[in-house]
Design a protein around this ligand. Structure first.
Ligand SMILES: [Zn+2]
Length: 814
């Protein structure tokens, strides 16, 4: 279909701040126009309660965490309102309050709350006080926090990865939201002053810094600021940051990690840190739309196609690796070790929404919906105060949502995102109205020459029947464009990454005022063109068959497995729902039938899927057992359990419950080692050790599909992992399977050498008396035999190869 990217800068209602500072509608926009979320009111049983929980629980509890963790104190110290030490571990801690202010502002706009309004005023006064006279604002720099100088250096704007511009971007996002919600300029003035400094500091001029943003968001934030103020310099600087990515003319080293490896115009593959990628490409889409730049938009389409065809989880999450929080190679979509950061799923929604706005194509809204109902929603507990950072598609119970994180990007992002979900429902182009999401709701939509109220009556996503009552202010002819989700027409994704095992379910039907209508499908939308009058009722019926999804054969971790989907909802099986309490020992034969049932008292009311599965017993025999699946987004609301999204189709891929071993009963840990001051991110969790006693057998040293231990950002150092044994145990050999694979974040290699220690009764580490060589071969176990010792703990100490990192996939003790 034709790429619609016209100059959209000229509009009847031009956007600017009037002299009085009151908002006037923006004129600068993409060809498809957004419908503000304040015009859309959900009254459904799926989203409305979650959005209300966000308002009443998530936002206040996240603000409380900011208070507890010194986030506001940092602003107060910078503003000389209090004395004390700068707090927190990251140079981007300022963004936590910004994100929550943004979410709180959205929330205020929908439901006014005088107390919250006043709270925001007080927080904003701290932020304003922290701003330096020339507009600069990053508290750890102003507070001269040398403890964090690994991030920011010794002066402002010194390090590309300092996150100063990331702080600025989140400030603008919050400021625009607060201004739009309240009409108050307090935070907007801070943002504008800061943006003026950024525009002066960064650019192609001789006296300007030539750096891209490091961690994007300022691109889309400046575009937003431009839309509110109509000041073209913000758009110019956004464009500068987009074009600076990969322009390595100043001796800068290419960085895949922050998509600064080649110009966006040359990019084909999505690589690097997933949140950075999603935010950068969202910003590129904004700038491309606002400047009618088809070249950049075409580059985006290529990168998007790579993402959607090779690097997209069935849940809509992106970014498979914990290392660098980023993408692996094509088709690397491991489930157990999936990173799929909550922020990355949110970024994926932002990006796809902008791709839709630029093109009017449903394929982007399809990916948006998939991420929204699955990967994003999994990021927050039903209670509203616990969050996932990574969202694995398989677990042995080691994952659990947390109230807060040292690096707290995700909770704040969830609060701002959940409040804005109604924003993604509708859009307009000329007189036409797009319907992208379905939920019981009412909306007032301003299309050209008409105001239209649309009321949706439906039990979506549990039921596919949707009645839309259309009430135009005046009778006129235009087209209602109803998205026909790809999942309803045998295309779960708009690429060949996922397909249905069985195609050809029930058809999609549309009636208007009770009569079947033949409709044309354009760009994935059923186009209903007619002269609309008040009370017209459109009924859309989407088939809610249970589908078995099959992944592209190159996704090795999904080979021979199936995922279950009904409507937009991806399912998982969690141990607590299975009568025998196990997950990985089951498979679902291809001919099994599923029974959907709505269970109002389960997990806030969900549709479950039940079937008869087969269980593989330790002796290799099989037996039929009942199996129940729940929506993936609702797992881990009843404690940490075994869980899987991709379920084997044959007995060979099911794993009978393994018998416990010395290693599996041991408690893994690691001893602190010296810290490299240049790698600030490695300073946390020094004692945590994990993944080498899970009893999953590796297939190679590059098999990162199941838990493994790695020494992230450590290179050439001496590292260790340990076992604390439950009781004094006599041991005489160990088997070690080393990690060995390439990554832009640092290659993982077998070690140069290693040594095994045991704990003596007087609590000293003593090397074992080895009776075989210390092996460092890859792709196999390395057995070390030694004179038997009776001990309560073992330590494996590895000297990494020069310049290389390393890790252990599995460590057995015999
Ligand atoms: Zn995050």
């Amino acid at each position: 279909m034709k790429l619609i990217l016209q100059i959209a800068l000229v509009c009847a209602a031009c956007a600017a701040l009037s002299a009085s500072g009151k908002a006037i509608h923006t004129g600068a926009d993409a060809p498809v126009r957004e419908v503000p979320f304040t015009q859309v009111h959900f009254t459904d049983k799926f989203w409305a309660p979650r959005i209300e929980t966000n308002r009443t629980v998530s936002i206040p509890s996240a603000f409380k965490e900011c208070e507890k963790n010194g986030r506001f104190d940092n602003f107060a110290i910078a503003g000389k309102l209090m004395q004390g030490e700068h707090k927190g571990d990251f140079s981007f801690d300022d963004t936590d309050p910004y994100k929550i202010i943004e979410g709180a502002s959205y929330s205020l706009a929908v439901k006014y709350d005088a107390k919250l309004d006043a709270y925001l005023d007080s927080v904003i006064s701290l932020i304003a006080a922290a701003q330096e006279p020339d507009g600069y604002l990053t508290t750890c720099v102003t507070n001269n926090c040398t403890r964090l100088s690994g991030w920011w250096g010794t002066k402002r704007w010194q390090k590309i990865n300092s996150h100063e511009l990331y702080n600025c971007g989140h400030l603008y996002e919050a400021a625009v939201a607060h201004y739009r919600a309240t009409g108050k300029r307090s935070l907007l003035d801070v943002a504008v002053k800061n943006a003026d400094l950024v525009c002066e500091t960064f650019g192609l001029g001789d006296n300007q810094i030539h750096y891209p943003s490091g961690h994007p968001i300022i691109e889309m934030a400046l575009a937003k600021l431009y839309k509110v103020t109509n000041n073209p310099k913000y758009l110019d600087t956004a464009k500068y940051f987009v074009e600076e990515a990969g322009r390595l003319t100043n001796g800068r080293h290419p960085s895949q990690y922050s998509q600064d490896h080649m110009p966006i115009l040359a990019q084909e593959e999505i690589v690097g840190h997933a949140v950075r990628a999603g935010y950068l490409y969202s910003g590129v889409a904004d700038v491309a739309a606002l400047t009618a730049d088809t070249a950049h938009f075409n580059a985006l389409r290529r990168v998007w196609h790579n993402m959607a065809s090779r690097k997209l989880y069935i849940t809509g999450g992106i970014g498979s690796r914990a290392q660098g929080e980023g993408f692996g190679p094509d088709y690397e979509l491991h489930n157990h070790t999936a990173y799929s950061e909550t922020c990355a799923s949110i970024a994926n929604v932002y990006w796809n929404h902008r791709m839709f706005l630029a093109t009017g194509q449903a394929r982007y809204a399809d990916v948006l919906e998939r991420a929204l109902y699955n990967a994003v929603l999994s990021g927050v507990s039903l209670s509203g105060y616990k969050f996932f950072y990574d969202n694995p598609l398989e677990s042995m119970g080691q994952h659990e949502r947390q109230q807060w994180f040292g690096c707290a990007c995700c909770p704040g992002n969830v609060t701002r995102f959940m409040a804005s979900i109604p924003h993604y429902m509708y859009a307009t182009r000329g007189r036409d109205i797009f319907v992208n999401l379905y939920a019981e709701s009412s909306a007032r939509i301003a299309a050209d020459n008409n105001d239209v109220t649309i009321t949706q009556t439906t039990a979506y996503p549990w039921d596919g029947d949707i009645a839309l009552t259309v009430d135009p202010a005046r009778r006129s002819e235009w087209a209602l464009r109803l998205r026909i989700p790809g999942w309803a027409t045998d295309h779960p994704v708009p690429t060949d990454l996922y397909t249905y095992a069985h195609s050809g379910g029930k058809p999609v039907t549309v009636t208007v005022n009770g009569r079947n209508v033949a409709f044309e499908t354009v760009d994935g939308y059923a186009v209903i063109s007619r002269k609309w009058k008040r009370g017209d009722v459109v009924r859309l019926s989407l088939p809610m068959d249970v589908h078995r999804v099959i992944a592209h054969d190159d996704v090795t971790d999904d080979r021979g497995k199936t995922a279950l989907q009904r409507g937009p909802i991806v399912y998982c099986i969690e141990a607590v729902d299975q009568p025998d309490g196990t997950v990985f020992d089951k498979y679902i034969p291809d001919d099994s039938q599923f029974t959907p049932a709505f269970e109002p008292s389960l997990l806030g009311g969900v549709m479950t899927l039940s079937t008869s599965a087969m269980k593989v017993l330790p002796d290799g025999s099989t037996t039929a057992v009942p199996l129940k699946a729940i929506p993936y987004s609702t797992w881990n609301n009843r404690g940490p359990r075994h869980m899987a999204v991709w379920i084997p189709r044959q007995a060979t891929l099911a794993r009978p419950e393994p018998l416990p071993t010395i290693a599996s009963r041991a408690q893994p840990f690691s001893e602190p080692t010296n810290i490299d001051p240049d790698t600030p991110a490695a300073t946390s969790n020094l004692q945590s050790a994990y993944g080498y006693n899970d009893l999953w057998e590796p297939t190679s040293s590059a098999d990162t599909s199941k838990p493994y231990h790695y020494w992230w950002l450590r290179r050439g150092t001496t590292e260790n992992i340990c076992y604390s044994l439950a009781e004094p145990t006599t041991v005489s050999s160990v088997d070690v399977y080393w990690l060995d694979f390439d990554h832009y974040d640092g290659n993982y290699r077998t070690p140069q050498s290693w040594c095994l220690y045991y704990m003596t009764p007087d609590h000293r580490w003593q090397p074992v008396e080895a009776t075989s060589p210390y092996g460092t071969r890859k792709d196999c176990y390395n057995r070390l035999t030694f004179t038997p010792v009776t001990t309560t703990a073992l330590k494996l100490q590895a000297k990494l190869q020069d310049g290389q990192s390393g890790g252990v996939i599995e460590w057995k003790v015999n």
